[in-house]
Design a protein around this ligand. Sequence first.
Ligand code: TRP
Length: 342
Amino acid sequence: MNPSNPAHPPSTKKGRILSGMKPTGQLHLGHLEGVLRNWVRLQHDYELFACVVDWHALTSRYEETKEVRADTLEVAIDYMAAGLDPERCTLFVQSDVKEHAELHLLLSMITPQGWLDRVPTYKEHQEALSGERLSYGLYGYPVLMAADILVYKANVVPVGRDQLPHLEFARELCRRFNRLYGEVFPEPDGLLEERADVLPGLDGRKMSKSYGNTIAIADGPDVIRQKVMQMFTDPQKIRRNDPGRPEICPVYMWQRVFQPEKEEEVATGCRAGTLGCVADKRDLAEAVIRAMEPIHSRRNELRNNLDYVHQVLREGAERAREVAHATMQDVREAMGGIGLRL
Ligand code: TRP
């Protein structure tokens, strides 16, 4: 960015952050507690760009474009309901900023195929998918992600543990570009989301839509009650007064997040056999409902005011485009000028 341009006052913040989530269905409480709450905190200290990466969703959902579109809006609503404030950060949809695609293409020219072959997620896809589902776009997923980050010259990228190889890939690609054409991009640092797995799924495995063990951010009180009552507990605690092992119990792990002040009481009662699983779950369900109340009321407001949500995303895209546009000018110039500029 040009600091002499009054449209871009030098930022007083610690640096710029870009992060994104794929619209692959409803976001759940694991995303809320592990990721979004963190972004909400970061928006105060950093210049935050929060993106809904809908092109990335097409790497697997190219036959469900209607659903991707619907989910894109819902994810944006979840971002805002969780507390991402359009006055403090830039909220936008990836496909609204075409510069991501241009940078992806240019970066693809300098991406050695061997680097892509070694990305662990692609290796997993190769084992799990076959034939036509193994697309060129899926292969290039990490290049697009690198473009998302570099097109904003982001300094910091909050990521879950599973995304560390992708971030490392982006850093290597950044160094390669800078070596070939000169220092255009700052090397982005990863900021590991320590709390990404604080909430296990209802069945104790990792919370994931594909396991069907989630509570969605959008789920209301009745669904929360019904799902919490189905949660797994210590299988050795069969009757109320059997002693339980809180350290292996998903209900206890949730209690620690939603009612940290009760942690001791719950653990002691469970171990002593004075607190039964049913009572424990009833108590947890009400705590989750209370914690979700402000988010649900913001969600309802936003759902009833979609014009406002659209406007936020339009303005976010405009702001994002300004930054991305300036970066692409630097990129083309560094590369010796692309095109004849007739
Ligand atoms: N690959 C990320 C995920 O699945 C999503 C993503 C795409 C992303 N582009 C990004 C995350 C840029 C951080 C920065 O979670």
